[in-house]
Design a protein around this ligand. Structure first.
Ligand code: AMX
Length: 436
């Protein structure tokens, strides 16, 4: 029976041949046009990247290797007695392009357990930071400190490897990083919020449940939430800030630790992953201003208008690609209906969902008035007592490692080159349009 790495190599060789054929036969075929506005407006809609792990449809939402979130919730292997997919299975799917068996998922869990040792100097680096440091800053510094362990960087520095070997060392680094991130994240959480009272890993648990355990939440339904959370936040095709950054930095042959840490700095921005903390902060402010509890729709509408009049965005709403309610929002709503239908904060999230879209629509400029993944996640975490919202983006980051690192393996396996799009000046564009 072949190992995961051997299976990946076989798939990668097949795919590389497919890409070579496509390039040979259709390398000059035009697949799009670019307008001047797109150049100024964040390259929205410009096809410029290949990401094999997932594809985002504006109306249907994300599909991982062709599977939607509802399909994955049904078809990926579960923990014994569990109902939510195990993220190990999603990683397997994104890496190999095929659904795993129960045994494949158990093997992945065990492999990550064996690879999960974090050297002490990583904890020392985190300990050197003041407690007031944002958890995302601690997280990226922890990852950077762990770059000493990069097999890719060591092998490259030795001068003994060539381009055909890069995928192998990238694969090793990706597996090790994924295995170790929950330990680093949990360490940050326990240090910042629980007086440094760390909890040792329990490798009899799956990856997400062990993470929940190390955070200090040993409740079967919280384990289920973590399995779902880690699955739905894992990937959102390649153009979003975190995925694109990992790909871009990795294209310079910066090792997976450097590339992933760079991506996490992008995830830490309020228009991207930090939105999950911003949502809960905004809802708490709303509750405080409106006297607590579950405000009525008119009160919520007034608060929304006030936020907009202050020149701020409504966090958790809108998307650069999606044009419908995010299926990741709906998956969390479904989880909440099953596990915590009477939770007040969750009910407030649902009421906000009724109020915000028509208001954003009325503005006339917002392309997507519907909620994204971040509109819901904080309320679920709060329910279980994980109330320290500055930590929420770290959870997102641990999950995001699955998609972006599977993609990085593919980047090196396909031998993708350094990324270097062309930029121009406004003067260049003025001259160009004059010549039209
Ligand atoms: N509230 C208020 N205004 C919004 C808005 C929102 N939620 N979403 C978009 N707009 C505004 C934009 O700020 C922009 O205004 P401007 O022309 O005055 O600058 C206008 O509507 C057009 O923007 P867009 O084309 O609809 O969105 P975009 O592709 O430029 O940006 C996003 C997408 C997500 C950054 C934006 O919708 C936003 O800021 N949302 C709130 C933050 C958020 O939830 N981010 C998380 C996204 C998911 C994720 O990455 N985790």
């Amino acid at each position: 029976m072949s190992t995961l790495k051997e299976k990946f190599k076989a798939k990668a060789d097949e795919q590389a041949a497919r890409v070579r054929k496509l390039m040979q036969e259709y390398g000059h075929t035009k697949i799009g046009e670019i307008t001047l506005s797109q150049v100024y407006q964040g390259m929205r809609g410009v096809i410029g990247l290949v990401t094999e792990t997932s594809l985002l449809d504006p109306n249907e939402g994300i599909r991982f290797r062709g599977y939607s979130i509802p399909q994955l919730r049904k078809q990926l292997p579960k923990a014994p007695g569990g109902h939510e997919p195990l993220p190990e299975g999603l990683f397997y799917l994104m890496l190999l392009g095929e659904l795993p068996t129960e045994q494949d998922v158990i093997d992945m869990s065990n492999a990550w357990g064996r690879r999960s040792h974090v050297p002490n100097h990583v904890f020392d680096a985190i300990d050197a930071l003041p407690l007031s440091t944002h958890p995302m800053t601690m997280f990226t510094i922890g990852i950077m400190a762990m770059q000493t362990e990069s097999r890719f960087a060591k092998a490259y520095a030795s001068g003994k490897i060539g381009k055909a070997d890069y995928w192998d060392y990238t694969f090793e680094d990706a597996m090790n990083l994924i295995a170790r991130l929950p330990r680093i994240a949990a360490y940050i959480y326990r240090r910042k919020y629980k007086g440094g009272d760390n909890i040792q890993p329990d490798h009899s648990l799956d990856w997400a449940a062990n993470f929940a355990h190390m955070l200090g939440y040993d409740d079967e339904s919280f384990y289920e939430l973590m399995r779902l959370y880690m699955t739905i936040h894992a990937d959102h095709e390649g153009g979003n800030v975190s995925a694109h950054t990992v790909h871009l930095v990795g294209s310079a042959l910066s090792d997976p630790y450097l590339a992933f840490s760079a991506g996490m700095n992008g995830l830490a921005g309020p228009l991207h992953g930090l939105a999950n903390q911003e949502v809960i902060k905004w809802i708490k402010n709303m509750q405080q201003e409106l006297g607590g509890g579950l405000p009525g729709k008119e009160q919520i509408a007034a608060f929304v208008h006030k936020t907009l009049s202050e020149g701020k965005v409504i966090p958790g709403y809108g998307h650069a690609v999606l044009r419908q309610t995010d299926p990741r929002f709906l998956a969390q709503m479904d989880f909440a209906k099953k596990h915590l239908p009477d939770d007040e904060l969750v009910n407030l999230v649902w009421r906000i969902y009724e109020v915000v879209p028509p208001i954003l629509q009325e503005l006339g400029k917002v392309k997507n008035p519907w909620p994204n993944v971040d509109a819901h996640s904080g309320a679920l975490l709060e329910h279980y007592g994980l109330v320290e919202y500055e930590f929420y983006t770290v959870l997102f980051g641990v999950s995001r490692s699955l998609g972006v690192l599977a993609s990085l393996c593919w980047d090196r396996a396909l031998g993708l080159p350094i990324e270097r799009p062309k930029s121009v000046t406004t003067e260049w564009l003025e001259q160009f349009v004059k010549g039209q």
